[in-house]
Design a protein around this ligand. Structure first.
Ligand code: ASP
Length: 346
């Protein structure tokens, strides 16, 4: 289920871009005499959320997801191929996805129990372990840029609510009216959520478990200078209670990057990832148990977390990319300097 497949849309795009950038080079053969595979000069992975796509997903919607993922991957590919930083790549890729109404981040994010749209986001720079996060912010067009400002312009790591919004204004970041973020699809999901929770009323409704979300976005990258970065942005879960914040803005839970090991972005039921410090746990397993990135990601998702909790994208300091999930689907993409360029949904 978790095997990647090449998007038909991505193929021509990749061919054009790779021939322009000259990034194509022969792949090492698979035989016993083949030289050891070289670490790619750069690598990038993205996700558009873990969840469950309906079996009868209309072809137009599937193509729209694939197109959006391919566009985001292409943006990051160009930045990294031209020698841009991993930090710039993950921020820019995430801002593009935040503007895309298909995803649960920025425009198109899910509704809270009381019909608002609030954002959580974080970003981390693997060079020096600096990090920034924002939780429960409203109206900010690009929460990931706000998270980066927290990281770079303050001595703090996490800003929430009105304080985060005030800081965004101070920084001159763009705000949009509430309706700009709304989409009919998310409003319908919220109406359904309310019907399912009818009668619980007031406090009980606010404490009811949120419905599974879908469409959180994230990016992880290794740049040509050998630096890693990770970014995650979300509207959280449909019907989340007033004040609820998930794993996405929490450094170590939803996002982590350390140049010596790996960069990770998570998606799924945030509470589960928080109590496991899931993103950091991947790095801890690599650091203290000597595990490979692949083994560490699988151990956290398959053994420490429970089936259906979510997924992760990760890239190691050697350019290995791991995309793994225990939900029926995870929108995702991967590209690197060897010519890899693929997007997949299931
Ligand atoms: N992890 C996010 C949260 O719990 C939701 C998601 O990734 O779908 O807020």
């Amino acid at each position: 289920m978790n095997r990647h497949r090449l998007s038909p849309l991505a193929v021509p795009l990749a061919v054009v871009l790779l021939s322009l950038s000259g990034a194509c080079r022969p792949q090492a053969g698979g035989g016993p005499e083949a030289p050891p595979a070289q670490a790619p000069a750069w690598a990038l992975a993205i996700h558009g959320g873990a969840g469950s796509l309906p079996d009868d997903l209309p072809a137009a919607r599937r193509e729209a997801y694939e197109r959006s993922l391919a566009e985001a991957l292409t943006l990051g590919q160009v930045i990294l191929d031209e020698g841009g930083s991993a930090l710039d790549a993950v921020e820019k890729v995430v801002t593009l996805l935040e503007d895309d109404p298909l995803f649960n981040a920025g425009r198109g994010a899910v509704f809270t129990a009381d019909g608002r749209i609030t954002f959580d986001a974080s970003i981390m720079d693997g060079r020096d372990l600096s990090a920034g996060g924002v939780g429960f912010v409203e109206g900010v067009r690009h929460p990931i840029t706000l998270a980066r400002r927290v990281m770079q312009k303050t001595p703090h790591v996490l800003f929430v609510g009105r304080g985060a919004e005030a800081f965004a204004r101070e920084q001159g970041l763009e705000f949009m009216p509430a309706e700009w973020f709304w989409t009919e699809r998310r409003r319908e999901q919220w109406e359904r959520w309310k019907r399912e929770h009818a009668g619980t009323g007031g406090k009980a409704a606010a404490l009811a478990p949120p419905a599974a979300g879908f469409g959180t976005v994230g990016a992880v990258a290794l740049d040509r200078a050998g630096h890693l970065a990770a970014a995650t942005s979300t509207g959280g879960l449909t019907g989340k209670a007033w004040g609820r914040v998930g794993d996405s803005p929490i450094v170590g839970a939803g996002t982590y990057a350390d140049d010596r090991f790996a960069a990770i972005s998570c998606t799924g039921t945030g509470e589960r990832f928080m109590v496991r410090a899931a993103a950091h746990e991947v790095v801890a397993r690599m650091r203290h148990a000597g595990e490979s990135l692949e083994r560490a990601v699988h151990a956290v998702l398959d053994e420490e977390l429970s089936p259906g909790d979510g997924g992760m994208i990760a890239v190691s300091s050697r350019g290995e990319i791991v995309l793994h999930f225990t939900t029926p689907s995870m929108l995702r993409g991967a590209a690197d300097a060897t010519g890899r360029f693929e997007v997949a949904l299931r």
